[in-house]
Each structure stands twice: as C-alpha cells, then as structure tokens.
Write a protein that binds this ligand. Structure first.
Ligand code: TMP
Length: 210
C-alpha cells in the first residue's frame, strides 16, 4: 500500500480555514481517498491540552521561544501519534494549520529566528512535511472583523501590525515554496471554493500521474 499524503490549510485569523476543511475532505473522498481531518495546535488529548495553555489569555507575558517550544511539543505528539501512523496506513491527512503557521506567527509575528523554527521542525517531524498547502490569503482589515463576534483568544488579541507581519511571512513563503498554493480569500465564498477545488484537483491529477 502506498503512503498517504499530508494536505494543510493555512492562513490568518478569519480567512475561512475551518469552513473549507469540509469542502476539501469531500473533494478527496469523491476521488476515493480515505481522509483523516485534524488540526494544530491539537489533534490528540495531550496536544489539545497544550492548545488550551497556548490560547488562554494571561497576565504573564509569554516568551516567544517558550511559545514556540510548546507548539512544537504539541506537534511532535500529534505527528507521532496521529499523522505518521495514518500516513503509513495510506490515509490522507487533512490538517488545519501546521509548521507554516509557526513560520508565520512565531517567526514573522513574534520575531523568532526562522532557522530556529526550521531546526525544531526537523527535530519534531523529520520526514513529514505537507505535500500540498492551501494558503487562504485576505487583507487583515477584511478578515479580522469576521472573528470579533466571539471571545478572543491570546493570539486574536494581538495588534493589527502583528497580523500584518504574519500575512507578509505567509505571502513570502507562498512565493518561495512550490507546495503552497495561494488563494485570494477576500472574494465571495463561491469563487474561493471554486479555486480551492481547482487547486486540489490539479494536485490530484499530478499525484495520480506520478
Ligand atoms: P486557530 O484559531 O486557527 O485554530 O489557531 C489557534 C491559534 O494558534 C491561531 O491564532 C494561530 C496560533 N498558532 C500559532 O501561533 N502557531 C502555530 O504553529 C499554530 C499551529 C497556531
């Protein structure tokens, strides 16, 4: 049996990642793939506990490296217990956020050296990297108002400049890495979803030819 593929959905706050996970899953299933959907930080009971530590607003200032290490602790557990075993069994893993988020938020947003993120990625998930990343891109001013109706977590309370740096880092990575397909998520949902399905179909035909 061939190993599965890892597909990730990335983007800033309020760009519609969760809304589109189901669309991608259905698209993959219609091609006969067995799909596991999951998310980061999280995806196992321990990693979900780390997620809640990370997202809880607190008075204590959180050190950027400490935050990065917590994210990679959650990721190491998630990859070892869920992602790798599923891929080995031939399942396709569809994950909302992965290490591109850490480059965007912890390196771009918080200023952690990108080399440090790369080294931690190498330690935490050697050999596991996304085969396809759908990056949903929208101006911060368009996307942020979509989330203000609920209680904001520790990241969502950041200033607009933080999210501008996150977005610029995503855009730069998208221009440098062939596995990242950038989709303009500021348009109406139908148009965005048409582009998402096209990107997945293009990936599948290349994959089936390979
Ligand atoms: P979510 O709200 O998209 O589920 O993600 C939770 C928050 O975690 C989001 O604000 C981004 C943040 N995050 C990072 O800062 N670095 C990471 O590597 C990941 C996966 C998420």
């Amino acid at each position: 049996m061939s190993t599965g593929r890892l597909i990730t959905i990335e983007g800033g706050e309020g760009v519609g990642k969760s809304t589109n996970v189901d669309l991608v899953r259905k698209c993959l299933e219609s091609h006969g793939y067995d799909v596991l959907t999951t998310r980061e930080p999280g995806g196992t009971p321990l990693a979900e506990e780390i997620r809640s530590v990370l997202l809880t607003p607190r008075d204590e200032e959180v050190d950027a490296l400490a935050e990065t290490l917590l994210i990679f602790a959650a990721r190491a557990q998630h990859v070892a217990r869920v992602v790798e075993p599923a891929l080995r069994r031939g399942r396709w893993v569809l994950c909302e956020r992965f290490t591109d988020s850490t480059f965007a938020y912890q390196s771009g947003g918080r200023g952690v050296d990108a080399q440090v993120v790369a080294q931690l990625a190498h330690l935490a998930h050697p050999g596991v990297r996304p085969d396809l990343t759908l990056y949903l891109d929208a101006p911060v001013a368009t996307a942020m108002p979509r989330i203000v109706t609920r209680a904001l977590d520790r990241f969502e309370r950041e200033r607009q400049q933080f999210f501008e740096r996150v977005r610029r880092t995503y855009q730069l990575r998208a221009s440098e890495h062939a596995h990242i397909v950038s989709i303009d998520a500021s348009r109406d949902l139908q148009t965005v979803q048409r582009d998402i399905v096209n990107a997945v179909e293009t990936f599948l035909s290349a994959n089936e030819d390979a």
